[in-house]
Design a protein around this ligand. Structure first.
Ligand SMILES: [Zn+2]
Ligand SMILES: [Zn+2]
Length: 333
């Protein structure tokens, strides 16, 4: 059952089968020339049928959907894009940084797989786990009907839908081209996966997201801090009120995690694999995870370790093709 957020603006609910997230929450925005949908769902028959049923409840036909904006190209947000475009010809719009991932992740992943293998080895993954971890994202490809975007955003645009005007906020961190949509007059923000009420989104360093993703993520949280917001509308879980309070909690979560990782390294040297398999994650221990979750734990660990390198707390030591992290002692470096 769709939830009316503001006059004519609805939150839909599309299930993500066999996944702990449970569902994705697309938003339907009315406009002068038809509807805009923000985010979609996995490309499964159940998800498509659920989306169709939600629209039917509102007496909205697919051919009335003129645009699909995607907060980022993860399968649960972008998966149905190709299908929706096929059904109604909606224009697909994403951030320009996300466009770069479509071909290499969903159509021609061979080179990316090679890069992932050498990156896992470099970060200490033992040989017996290697293939499982390397290939762990491949089953996800079947949940994506990939399509090239018809237009891209850069952040900073104002999208005038008539009744509602949304400002596009580029919020890299969870994904390099993640975007949020802010309605200043109505004081609502669509946060995608950037800010969720209880879950902290995965922030990863991996071959397609180098640099300092955790630094980017924390800066992206800070960008939302000054906004006047009454309702936060995320893409998972549920809507909530206190944006600033949640931003603080997420920052504190990462600060604790950074401390835990420094404690694991202690006075020794450790690979990202060593650290990821030693700390206790909110969702369990490394050994209890699926290969996909283990890889996510390693890339999330790396995002934190790289942040600590940038902060001058750690440095990298490369020996025999393996990268280890070591504390910079006071007065050193
Ligand atoms: Zn995501
Ligand atoms: Zn998501």
């Amino acid at each position: 059952m769709p939830t009316e957020i503001l006059s004519g603006l609805y939150q839909l609910k599309v299930p993500i089968p066999d996944n702990p997230l449970g569902w994705v929450l697309p938003y339907l925005i009315p406009g002068d020339d038809g509807y805009t949908l923000i985010d979609s769902g996995w490309n499964t028959p159940e998800a498509f049928a659920a989306l169709e049923a939600e629209l039917q409840e509102l007496n909205v036909r697919f051919d009335q959907i003129k645009r699909l904006f995607v907060t980022h190209v993860h399968p649960d947000h972008y998966g149905l894009a190709g299908r929706i475009k096929e059904v109604c010809g909606a224009r697909v719009v994403i951030h320009q940084r996300e466009r770069d991932f479509i071909r290499s992740r969903y159509w021609q992943p061979e080179q990316l797989l090679e890069r992932i293998a050498s990156w896992l080895t470099e970060n200490g993954v033992p040989r017996d786990e290697m293939t499982d971890l390397q290939l762990s994202s491949m089953p996800m490809r079947s949940y994506v009907a990939a399509v090239e975007p018809d237009a891209v955003l850069w952040g900073g645009e104002t999208l005038d839908f008539g009744l509602y005007k949304f400002e596009v906020y580029w919020t890299p961190g969870h994904s390099p081209g993640h975007i949020c949509f802010y309605e200043r007059t109505q004081r609502i923000i669509l946060t995608g996966d950037h800010v969720l009420p209880t879950i902290t989104p995965n922030v990863s360093l991996h071959p397609q997201q180098m640099g300092n993703p955790l630094g980017d993520y924390l800066a992206s949280l800070q960008r939302l801090e000054p906004l006047e917001v009454d309702d936060v509308l995320p893409a998972h879980e549920y809507a909530f009120k206190d944006l600033r309070g949640r931003l603080r909690e997420i920052v504190e979560h990462h600060e604790r995690r950074l401390e835990e990782m420094l404690a694991v390294i202690g006075e020794g040297r450790a690979t990202a694999y060593d650290v990821a398999s030693s700390i206790v994650w909110t969702t369990g221990t490394y050994d209890s995870f699926s290969p996909w979750m283990r890889r996510a734990a390693i890339s999330e660990t790396l995002a934190h370790l790289e942040y600590l390198v940038q902060e001058g707390k750690l440095h990298q030591v490369r020996e025999d093709g393996v990268v280890r992290y070591e504390r910079i002692r006071d007065g050193e470096g």
